[in-house]
Every structure is written in structure tokens, then in C-alpha cells.
Design a protein around this ligand. Structure first.
Ligand SMILES: *C/C=C(C)/C=C/C=C(C)/C=C/C1=C(C)CCCC1(C)C
Length: 256
């Protein structure tokens, strides 16, 4: 047990160093009234703390749940590193760090999708089809959105393609094979986690297309508001999402 814990701490420490290094390489000065910059800063720290927590807690759960917790930690780690860069872009230019956001999403959103597959796989045999459908939906959603944001296609077309990808994901987790496996084979704790996770993907995720719509298609939202909204959405969709998985992993491991 002691050695396991030590290992967990080492992993967490390495993760934090990996997150902090790029930030100290180039630090713009944060103004005390730059609330958007402050939100970037706060959330990068919260993401680092969450990463340490998820990695350390892998030593506490049963083998088959370790992967789920590790993936939660990877999501918050990848996001933390991006937040340092995004904060720098914001603080030094006052512009939206769109490229970094999308690179972050391109890695973290597929990892969040994998979590649905992993929590089902921890309790039963599931088909690879679930995994691939969730990946396809994710890629379509993000590539459509990015192409629209950078003007490669019209903002409206990008929005429509992105919405189709998201709808495909929602279909899979509410009515497709993944939802059937959860309903038919999962114990109560997994069912409840699965259900909370899919509401996050519905309501928590809706913030991003809403921001896109208001920012790019109707011009009703300033860069300041958009970034603060995206930043707090990430707390919910990355950290809280991870905490739900942590909770089911601990509950299931300790019920044995
Ligand atoms: C941690 C980051 C997360 C969970 C990011 C999620 C992003 C989305 C759900 C984005 C969705 C979009 C649409 C559904 C249509 C318009 C374009 C996007 C990419 C903003």
C-alpha cells in the first residue's frame, strides 16, 4: 500500500511539473482587473489539483476502474497545459485563444467520450462499435466547428455540421447501444453515473455551441464573456465529470 501511494504521488508530481514548465517559460503579467485572465489562471490551477487527485486516487480503486480514473486525470492534465498557453494569449493580446481551445478539445473530448465506453467495459463485455461511433461523432463535431470558426467554411455550415456530430453522440448515449448496455447490464451505481454523465454531455456541452452561435453567427457576445463562459463550462465538463467517475469507481471498488 505504501509503495503504491508513493508511486501515485510521483505520477502526480510529474504531471504537475509537466503542467507548470510551459507556463514559467513565458509568463505575461496578469492585471488585477483582467477577470478573464484571472479565470484562466484559477481554472488552470484547479485542473492541476484535479489531475493530482485523480492520479493519486487510482491507487485506491480496483484494477478495472484504474483506467477510467487515469483517463480523467489525462483530461484535466491536457486541459491544464492548454490553459497556461491560453491564459498567455489572452493576457498578452486580449484575443480569444481559439486554436489552443480546439487543440485541447481535439484531445480531451475524445477522452471524455472514451469514459462512457470504459465505465461500461468495467462491468460487462461491450462492442467496439460503441467506441467508434462516439469517436466519429466527436471528430465530425469538432472539425465542423473549427472549419466554421476559422472561416474555411461559412459559420452557419460549420455550426450545422458540428450540431450533427453532437446529435449523433447524444443518440448513442440516450437511445443507442451504449444506453441499452447501461440500462440492461449495469449495477445501480454505474447506471446513475452513466445517467449524470450523459446529462453533462447534453446540458454542460450545450454551452459551447451556444457560445459559437452567439459569438460567430449573431455577434451578441463579447470575447470577454465568451471566454469566461467557456472557462467555467470546462470546470463542470472536465473536473465535475471526472469526479462522477471517481465516485462510481470508489463505490464499486469498495462494495466488493
Ligand atoms: C472539455 C471540453 C469540452 C467538453 C468541449 C466540448 C465542445 C463542444 C461540445 C462543442 C460543440 C460544437 C457544436 C455542437 C456545434 C458548433 C461548434 C462546436 C464545436 C462549438
Amino acid at each position: 500500500m505504501t509503495t503504491l501511494t508513493k508511486k501515485g504521488f510521483k505520477t502526480a508530481l510529474a504531471a504537475m511539473v509537466a503542467g507548470i514548465l510551459p507556463a514559467s517559460a513565458h509568463a505575461a503579467t496578469l492585471a488585477p482587473n483582467d477577470y478573464v485572465g484571472i479565470s484562466f489562471w484559477l481554472i488552470s490551477m484547479a485542473l492541476i489539483a484535479a489531475t493530482a487527485f485523480f492520479f493519486i486516487e487510482t491507487t485506491r480503486v480496483e484494477g478495472k476502474w484504474k483506467t477510467s480514473l487515469t483517463v480523467s486525470g489525462l483530461v484535466t492534465l491536457v486541459a491544464a497545459v492548454h490553459y497556461f498557453y491560453m491564459r498567455d494569449v489572452w493576457v498578452s493580446t486580449g484575443e480569444s485563444p481559439t486554436v489552443y481551445r480546439y487543440i485541447d478539445w481535439l484531445i480531451t473530448v475524445p477522452l471524455l467520450m472514451v469514459e462512457f465506453y470504459l465505465i461500461l467495459r468495467a462491468i460487462t463485455n461491450v462492442s467496439q462499435g460503441i467506441f467508434w461511433r462516439l469517436m466519429i461523432g466527436t471528430v465530425v463535431m469538432l472539425v465542423g466547428g473549427y472549419a466554421g470558426e476559422i472561416g474555411y467554411i461559412s459559420a452557419t455550415l460549420g455550426f450545422i455540421i458540428g450540431m450533427l456530430g453532437w446529435a449523433y453522440i447524444l443518440y448513442e448515449i440516450f437511445a443507442g447501444e451504449a444506453s441499452k448496455v447501461a440500462a440492461d447490464e449495469a449495477p445501480a451505481s454505474v447506471q446513475s453515473a452513466f445517467s449524470t454523465m450523459r446529462w453533462i454531455v447534453t446540458i454542460g456541452w450545450a454551452i459551447y455551441p451556444l457560445g459559437y452561435f452567439m459569438g460567430y453567427m449573431n455577434g451578441a457576445v463579447s470575447d470577454e464573456a465568451l471566454n469566461i463562459i467557456y472557462n467555467f463550462a470546462d470546470v463542470w465538463n472536465k473536473i465535475a465529470f471526472g469526479v462522477i467517475i471517481w465516485n462510481v469507481a470508489v463505490t464499486e471498488s469498495e462494495s466488493k
